[in-house]
Design a protein around this ligand. Structure first.
Ligand code: HSE
Length: 436
């Protein structure tokens, strides 16, 4: 039986999961592959801390180049995360004729074009299933299963930390900071949790998804992005009253041949599948023109779920090696030369429904003034809620709208925020309720 050597760079949580899974399911993997995967070397700057698994000390090195320069290792697994030296190591591995498996979404979202082109030039494979949605096979689904479809929309919950925080705030009334600490303890959060809560991690994943679904190279900064840090328990409660749950949703839509991509807290009907994706779970709701709706659900982070995705790539590449071929499936579902650079639809031009929470004095004429400005700007009101009455300070006035243009909404809110009777900046949350 043939041996296929693999080298692992990065022995953190996911790296440990990869070693553990190979030990746990070695027999099953060998049977399915028809070859033995042999972990030849593990590189990390810390090779002394116990990972709670048995491994030979001879496997460990602090020098990643012992893997990159080893002629007997055809597959390098990069699980160190971050931009550098991950980028340098990946490019060096490709240049040395090695296939690479990575979970590094920040790296691929930022340097993906350089890395994928280098891999194409050298006929090497890059496996990146673990970079988006943890264990969920979203990359394979877009690249292979839905290859013949026009992807009309993708709505995704792609960050476990944000989803965990929103779930605990909604269902247990817990405070943001308290729940963030819980998520950090459980190991979902990024080293810098700003990446999670400001939506940057979701934007990295979205950039990868867009390139697969639409064959477009996207500038990260063109993806509209709002994190969850401004959400208050008031809005979460009003959302419940209105029959919605708030999720940090990544939305990609095809509109007249152009692509809209945005990430922001979104109110979705509480009965929708996406609204019931809770805690650290991720999900993708994809609408293909031939397939119709598809829903993928699973753990978007964590040691063993992510290791499972890493192995799906290692085994795909190994199967090709055994057949003496490479790149059976193009990395981003088409040749790298067919990828196009695009500008996304500007946020001003998107159309959706809105929730506004005005902080208004409880005086006669306030509602007519606010609704007047909305009307002047083509914004039609669907519902109004004012719970508190007769208080001295401002009271929350909540309105939801029918579909309106973002440009009009911004113009109207600018005017409303300047009114004497409006005390604080108006809160805006977008509503998506015609999900299929
Ligand atoms: N910090 C990420 C999350 C980890 O919370 O989803 C998985 O990419």
């Amino acid at each position: 039986m043939k041996d296929i050597n693999i080298g692992l760079i990065g022995f953190g949580t996911i790296g440990t999961g990869v070693v553990k899974l190979l030990q746990q399911n070695e027999e099953l993997i060998t049977k399915k592959l028809g070859a033995r995967l042999v972990l030849k070397k593990i590189a990390d700057i810390d090779i002394t801390t116990s990972r709670g698994i048995k491994i030979s000390k001879n496997l460990l090195t602090t020098n990643a180049r012992e893997i990159i320069n080893d002629k007997d290792i055809p597959i390098v697994i990069e699980l160190m995360g971050g931009y550098e030296p991950a980028r340098t190591f990946v490019l060096e591995a490709i240049a040395k004729g090695k296939h690479v498996v990575t979970a590094n979404k920040a790296l691929l979202a930022t340097y993906g074009n350089e890395i994928f082109s280098a891999a194409q030039d050298k006929s090497m494979d890059i496996g990146f299933e673990a970079s988006v949605g943890g264990t969920i096979p979203i990359i394979k689904t877009l690249r292979e299963s839905l290859v013949a479809n026009k992807i009309n929309s993708i709505m995704g919950i792609m960050n476990g930390t944000c989803n965990f925080i929103l779930t605990k705030m909604t269902d247990e009334g817990k405070a943001f900071d308290v729940v963030l600490k819980e998520a950090q303890k459980l190991g979902f959060a990024e080293a810098d949790p700003t990446f999670d809560i400001e939506g940057i991690d979701t934007a990295h994943k979205m950039a990868i998804i867009l390139s697969l679904a639409y064959g477009k190279k996207v500038n990260l900064k063109d993806i509209y992005l709002e994190g969850i840090t401004k959400l208050s328990s008031d809005d979460i409660e009003f959302a419940k009253d209105l029959g919605y749950r708030i999720k940090l949703l990544a939305i990609a839509m095809l509109k007249n041949g152009e692509v809209e991509a945005r990430i922001h807290p979104t109110m979705i009907p509480s009965g929708h599948l996406l609204a019931n994706v809770n805690l650290n779970y991720n999900a993708f709701h994809i609408m293909g023109d031939a397939s119709g709706p598809i829903f993928l659900f699973g753990q978007g982070a964590g040691m063993m779920p992510t290791a499972s995705a890493v192995f799906s790539d290692i085994i795909d590449i190994s199967r090709d090696i055994l057949k003496g071929i490479t790149r059976r499936v193009p990395l981003r579902s088409r040749s790298e030369t067919a990828m196009q650079q695009i500008k996304l639809i500007p946020m001003d031009n998107i159309e959706t429904k809105y929730y506004f929470r005005f902080s208004a004095l409880d005086r006669p004429g306030v509602l007519s003034k606010i609704s007047g400005v909305l009307g002047e700007n083509n914004i039609s009101i669907a519902t109004v809620i004012q719970k508190a009455r007769g208080e001295k300070g401002a009271v929350p006035v909540v309105m939801t709208t029918y579909k309106a243009l973002e440009k009009d909404v911004r113009k109207a809110l600018k005017k409303i925020n300047k009114l004497d009777m409006v005390q604080d900046e108006t809160i805006l949350i977008r509503i998506e309720d015609d999900l299929n």
